[in-house]
Design a binder for this molecule. Structure first.
Ligand code: ZN
Length: 334
């Protein structure tokens, strides 16, 4: 008896059908078999040894067998509608995974995780993916995505940014590893918060995206920045944001009363600000006679140098937490 005849005979007996075409249909994958280096297993239809196969069960007769290799592939393929364009579907799945995960995980890695973690109810789809990188029922992709997003754990920093500020705003402790669904919940909670409560987070984002990149590009600014206290850095970021808002209509950065909580500048090289002029910087060699100095204005874009009397300016130095928070509220809460 040829191998094909043997397989046909076995399948027909197990399914109570007469034709090979019918006998190959109606099988569902119950559990995948992926053997590493151990002994290979024998396919119960043809006797061939295999490492990648599955426990399958017939939906009508409830017959259960272990299959692998070509037999398994043939049975899986019988689920695909006739004339189905596997290549096009593979492309569609790839595209959908790429748009769903936007660079977080590549489709190959996603499929690998599904294959290794799919529960019995998703074993058939996982087998389709493993063997053909497509699904015999395309709706299963959404079920698999839901399962993946609810179960797979990622390092929290891969899913959320500015975690410390986020924890502060949400008043929660975020575990080191979380699922995509959990990350979405945190984001939804954040979105529901009023803006004034989100200030610590908005401030951190503004500092890292708009202020820090500019400062590290300038050695003189960077040298001063490095020696600033965390509070003073927050003040510089808030002042930069206020400066950006105030220009070009030349509005004051903040109410005069708030500016008066800040000391006049002392020292040689430092960040300074004036409520009606903006944020500035005085370098080591910019000091002139008496209180006069050249101030490099943040606002100018071209980093313009102008001469001012520093006794009318404020220094970003030794500021109080309340004063910094007041600046941040002015800068980021409206
Ligand atoms: Zn076989």
């Amino acid at each position: 008896m040829s191998k094909h005849d043997l397989i046909t005979k076995n399948l027909r007996a197990l399914t109570n059908t007469r034709s090979f075409r019918n006998a190959v249909r109606g099988w569902a994958v119950k559990r995948m078999i992926v053997l590493g280096s151990g002994p290979a297993q024998a396919c119960e239809l043809c006797g061939t040894r295999f490492r990648n196969g599955a426990h399958i069960q017939h939906t009508k007769t409830a017959a259960a067998i272990v299959v692998g290799g070509t037999c398994f592939r043939t049975i899986l393929l019988s689920h695909f509608p006739p004339g189905c364009d596997i290549k096009a579907q593979r492309r569609d799945i790839r595209r959908k995974l790429e748009t769903t995960y936007e660079g977080l995980i590549d489709p190959g890695n996603w499929i690998k995780w599904i294959v290794e973690n799919a529960p019995p109810r998703l074993a058939h789809s996982a087998a389709d993916l493993r063997h053909f990188a497509v699904l015999s029922s395309p709706d299963d992709l959404d079920r698999l995505i839901r399962f993946h997003d609810a179960r797979r754990q990622f390092r929290r920093a891969a899913l959320l940014s500015n975690i410390r500020s986020l924890e502060m705003v949400l008043k929660v402790k975020i575990p080191a590893h979380i699922t995509i669904d959990q990350a979405k919940k945190y984001e939804a909670k954040l979105a529901a918060k009023p803006k004034r409560l989100k200030v610590p987070l908005i401030a951190t984002e503004y500092a890292s995206e708009s202020v820090h990149p500019f400062i590290v590009g300038d050695p003189a600014l960077n040298a001063v920045w490095k020696n600033l206290e965390p509070q003073e850095r927050r003040a510089v970021a808030a002042l930069a944001a206020l400066d950006e808002k105030a220009s070009p209509p030349d509005l004051p950065l903040c109410p005069d009363a708030l500016a008066l909580q800040w000391p006049t500048p002392t020292g040689t090289s430092l960040f300074v600000w004036h409520p009606k002029i903006g944020l500035g910087f005085v370098g080591e060699t910019d000091h002139l006679d008496g209180e006069k100095a050249y101030v490099w204005l943040w606002r100018s874009g071209s980093y313009q140098r102008c001469k001012y009397n520093l006794q009318y300016w404020r220094g970003v130095k030794g500021c109080s937490e309340e004063a910094v928070q007041a600046l941040e509220q002015n800068a980021f809460a409206r």
